[in-house]
Design a protein around this ligand. Structure first.
Ligand code: SAM
Ligand code: DTB
Ligand code: SF4
Length: 339
């Protein structure tokens, strides 16, 4: 069995399907062997989500509570004030998250709101957290300004295979997504891009999604694997309990094997996975999570529960080196001032 962990960009669909379909124990062994070549197997990175602009989105994503086209009970809200983001960032940092991921229910950011987003990036960075944004499609000028503001990561999911995509979203196409990812990568901002399992796609669509990421010139730095959270009032509400957790774990393990240096993020849907299933996800090579009691509009396991689960598994939360450096720098300055 090939456990080489070589970084490749020429994976074929056949190869990926062969990896994903091997006996479960062989797959887990291969994923864990590759994982250990690049990462500490007992460390997980944690990001906290903040919904900086909730609801009323112009896109028609069939899974999403925030699309104006879906009849969910979500209130459309104004964009959050910078002060509130600071408050939430401080809570996230206090709980041990290393990154704040700020999401907006936009097709793309508009001119009026964009300066406030840039301000948010600067203040969150100054607090010693890594910054991530997910705002929809971006133009060249916006990417440039985000880079100048110091943005670390941009999340822009492909969600599923190109073939299945039109069954889920009709207001944009796959190439639009790829173009934004490319712009972000070219500007030197790290890309976070992943997908959703359980929307009615087939096994081969999952393999094809992984092939798309694994054949990019640069693999995304982070690949979130979401398990669909079926939401009342969306066209996918009926998909409740339709996905086998072993299939979900197989996708995680395969992502780990074909993108050995990528952070594979166990993302939405953890509320419907047992602790044991989540432990298998970590064994399969997932090494980051969304941490905090809420995702964007739906529930996530309580942070205390995650802390207890990590303790049971002997998993450490990755420390924020930047935050520590910022704190020690601040301490140095204080000493200089008081000397
Ligand atoms: N509007 C921006 C966009 O679409 O890129 C950013 C926010 S959007 C909510 C971020 C991602 O969350 C989506 O791309 C999708 O993968 C994921 N997501 C949204 N609703 C979900 C659900 N019900 N279950 C699982 N994942 C979901
Ligand atoms: C990602 O892949 N999943 C996160 C984050 N990136 C932005 C969002 C999950 C949202 C789940 C549904 C909700 O809370 O509305
Ligand atoms: Fe809008 Fe993003 Fe939700 Fe699609 S996933 S409806 S783009 S907020």
């Amino acid at each position: 069995m090939n456990t080489s962990g070589q970084i490749r960009h020429n994976w074929t669909l056949e190869e990926i399907r062969t990896i994903m379909d091997q006996p479960f124990n062989d797959l887990m062994f291969q994923a864990q062997s590759v994982h250990r070549q690049y990462f500490n197997p007992n460390e997980v990175q944690t990001s906290t989500l903040v919904n900086i602009k909730s609801g009323g989105c112009a896109e028609d994503c069939a899974y999403c509570s925030q699309s104006a086209r879906n009849q969910t009970n979500l209130e459309k809200e104004q964009m959050m004030e910078v002060q509130e983001v600071i408050e939430q960032a401080l809570v996230a940092k206090e709980r041990g998250a290393t990154r704040l991921c700020m999401g907006a229910a936009w097709r793309n950011p508009n001119k009026k709101d964009f300066p406030r987003v840039l301000e948010m990036v600067k203040v969150v960075k100054a607090l010693g957290l890594e910054t991530c944004l997910t705002l929809g499609m971006l133009n060249d000028e916006q990417v440039k300004q985000l880079k100048e503001a110091g943005l670390d990561y941009y999340n822009h999911n492909l969600d599923t295979s190109e073939a299945f995509y039109p069954k889920i979203i009709t207001t944009r196409n796959y190439q639009d997504r790829l173009d934004t990812i490319d712009k972000v990568q070219q500007a030197g901002i790290s890309v976070c891009s992943g997908g959703i399992i359980g929307m009615g796609e087939q096994h081969k669509d999952r393999a094809e999604l992984l092939r798309t990421f694994a054949t990019m010139r640069m693999h995304p730095n982070s690949v979130p694997i979401n398990l669909l959270v079926p939401i009342e009032g969306t066209p996918l509400a009926h998909m409740k309990g339709k996905t086998d957790s072993f299939e979900f774990i197989r996708v995680i393990a395969t992502a780990r094997i074909v993108m050995p240096q990528t952070y594979v993020r166990l993302s939405a849907g953890r509320m419907s996975l047992s602790d044991e299933a989540q432990a298998l996800c970590f064994m399969a090579g997932a090494n980051s999570i969304f941490y905090g009691d809420k995702l964007l509009t739906t529930d996530n396991p309580e942070s205390d529960h995650d802390v207890q689960l990590f303790a049971k598994l002997g998993i450490q939360m990755q420390q924020n080196i930047k935050a520590e450096m910022a704190a020690s720098k601040m301490a140095e300055q204080m000493t200089e001032l008081t000397a």
